[in-house]
Design a protein. Structure first.
Length: 97
């Protein structure tokens, strides 16, 4: 399993906008072939910080996600809302399989 933890820091005035745009991306992403999870997490300490937990059956499926219309729309929509560049950290998912 290919897991990516995407760390996002949003400008405070765009937190609600980011949540809505990410909800739309989430709803489409969980329908993709090979998607195991697509969680949107908001920090309990700082509501402008998020982690997107993206799990796919393979690196190829994870890469295919980045070519979908809903991901490209999300990326374009949220680009100017970032307080700093988002960071994606890849992991090999060991369990569950």
């Amino acid at each position: 399993m290919q897991v990516t933890l995407v760390h996002v820091h949003v400008k405070s005035e765009h937190v609600d906008d980011f949540i809505e745009a990410s909800r739309l991306n989430h709803e489409a992403s969980i329908q993709e072939n090979g998607n195991c999870r697509f969680d949107i997490l908001q920090s309990a300490d700082d509501p402008a910080r998020f982690v997107l937990y993206e799990a796919y059956t393979s690196a190829a499926e994870a890469a295919a996600h980045k070519e979908t219309a809903h991901y490209l729309a999300w990326r374009e929509t949220v680009a100017d809302w970032m307080a700093e560049p988002r960071r994606g950290d890849p992991y090999d998912g060991l369990y569950p399989r």
